[in-house]
Design a protein. Sequence first.
Length: 261
Amino acid sequence: MPTFERDTVKIHFERSGDGPPLLLIAGMMSDHASWAPLVPLLEPHFTVIRLDNRTTGQTVPWNAPASVDLMAADCAGLIDSVNLGRAHVLGHSMGGLVGMRLARRFPETVRSLTLAASAPLRLERNIAFFRTLLAVRQSNAAPATWLNALFPWLFSPAAYEADGMIEQALAASLAYPFAQTAPAMAHQLAALDGYVVDAICDLRCPAQALLAQDDLLIPAALARPALEGMPVHMIEGAGHSIHWDQPQAVVDRLHEFANAH
């Protein structure tokens, strides 16, 4: 089990594929396993590194100090420790916020940055939504209840029309042995709640954004103004889990952008 240790935190990561280095930074409540649809599509083109952020997956301890700044520093340390040089970076949702902070604070580590269903925004509605989900988890409700409340915010409407897709996602989530616990979710939510919005103009690397047509958490109407000056591509038929709804479209945009830089 590969780990990288920083500040007494053992950060789990996975590495596979061959080519220029690509670091994948997962979003809220997600770990390295959340990139499953993309990994086989990326491995022929990149050396793919995906880590479990603080509070998630196999990174321990789950209650280590957590913030966007600390997670960005973890990413910089990981890039350095595995001798990646400058890496292309893909960050999803909260992972995009970490990627922006990484590019600002450690520009020597980032060759290019792609934001997936992410923008420099702090939406009180989203914080309130996650708090409500957490309250459901902390209640006596069945474990599937909070996931059934979450999924419509993640997946596109088309996913609900695809026979068995949501049922399979639910079963996989419930069976995953390293799923984030409710206390760890609360710890990560506090880190997200403390996020201070970055200015796009402060980025010191080529950057692009991939927005999802049906994203309820990061609506395009709010994201576009916050991404002013950055190339923005709309991915049709995708919800917030853009890389699950349209993995090939995400890979195509990422590959094209990385090749140009």
